[in-house]
Write a new protein. Structure first.
Length: 364
């Protein structure tokens, strides 16, 4: 008797884990897999409106802290979540569990191991995350977005499978096929990730004011917090800067379409989207990201010629100088565009399907 093609995706936390999980879920549903998804309360707010998902909340906690009280609290939450996951998995009886990384996927994957259900983990950063590092010895496979992922270790290299970046299928149907004409004008887009970057709303406007004072022609489209919007509007109007402000939006293609250059955090999901859309970027890693993984992401992209890297503590002078140089010589953007054109993740879902079939064949 063939194994039931029933897959559970475990995700949660920030958009870097949530959006790939949703993209994967849509693909698997289209392929007629029976699909369920677990997430925490943070992830639920992004996924609650998607009726096609069999969505369940299993919250967890982190034990990665220097604060002993947070560690103790985290251990308690994790143990409770593992017990809850065991009950849930016994009822659901999935054939495979797919952990999307981050501590929200941890209890579900542990429960899967205890119940002898094979699980796969996914890493879309250039550095193996702490949760995935703990789970790797017990995982059936480790799917990676890049062949150069660090931290796997030779002992478990055989589990690593390069599949590419899991991003929205719509991305592969979208291409900015032409760099904007060199008309002396730059359309800048500022992204702060799924939660927006509060610091960008403080640091970037004065830099734009300086650009304006130096007769550099540009427009700014900026993602910001709702609480920042009024102040930013007043600032840009007062300095005669052409602007458009928005909060978090699923319709990001509308903003990609007009962008010559994107200023962004270095989260794996947004970098992968920009890369596949062929949009030049300036990556500003979040300094507090776990194990400084955003810096690893941005450094890799810089090395490959996919974009520029500026660290947050040098943002003021370096961002001004870089935009000034790009405004003067748009061939700098063209070089990035040409490098990006050599990369594509459009086979990612095909690769996933092949690997899943292998696992199902082993089970039969």
């Amino acid at each position: 008797m063939k194994a039931k093609k029933n897959i559970l995706i475990a995700t949660g936390g920030t958009g870097g884990h949530i959006f790939p999980a949703y993209s994967l879920a849509k693909f698997l549903i289209k392929k007629n897999y029976e699909l369920s998804l677990t997430t925490d309360k943070r992830g639920y707010k992004y996924l609650k409106d998607f009726d096609e998902l069999n969505l369940n909340i299993i919250s967890s906690g982190t034990i990665f802290s220097k604060n002993p009280f947070i560690i103790i609290s985290g251990i308690s939450k994790v143990l409770f979540s593992i017990l809850k996951s065991i009950v849930f998995l016994r009822k659901l009886k999935p054939s495979i569990v797919f952990g999307m990384g981050g501590y929200s996927s941890f209890p579900v994957c542990v429960a899967a191991k205890l119940l002898n259900i094979p699980f796969i983990i996914y890493e879309n950063n250039l550095l193996l995350g702490k949760t995935n590092k703990i789970l790797l010895p017990f995982a059936k496979k480790l799917f990676v977005s890049y062949k150069e992922v660090e931290g796997i270790g030779k002992k478990y290299n055989f589990k690593s499978v390069y599949i590419g970046n899991i991003i929205r299928e719509e991305i592969f149907n979208y291409r900015k096929n032409n760099i904007s004409k060199d008309n002396g004008f730059l359309n800048l887009l500022v992204l702060g990730g799924s939660q927006a970057a509060k610091i960008f709303g403080k640091i970037i406007p004065p830099i734009l004011k300086k650009l304006k004072e130096n007769d550099i022609q540009f427009s700014i489209t900026q993602q910001c917090l709702i609480s920042q919007k009024n102040d930013l509007e007043k600032f840009y109007r007062a300095n005669n800067i052409k602007f458009d402000l928005f909060n978090y939006s699923q319709q990001i293609f509308d903003y990609y379409e007009n962008a010559d250059l994107v200023i962004t955090r270095a989260g794996s999901s947004v970098l992968a989207e920009l890369l596949n859309c062929r949009i030049p970027m300036i990556s500003i890693p979040l300094p507090s990201s776990a194990d400084n993984h955003q810096f690893k992401n941005a450094k890799y992209f810089e090395k490959k010629g996919f974009g520029y890297l500026i660290e947050e503590n040098t943002l003021g002078p370096n961002l001004f100088d870089l935009i000034k140089s790009i405004h003067k010589d748009k061939s700098l953007l063209k070089k990035i565009y040409e490098s990006q054109r050599d990369h594509s993740d459009e086979n990612v879902f095909k690769n996933i399907n092949i690997e899943l079939k292998k696992i199902f064949d082993e089970k039969n």
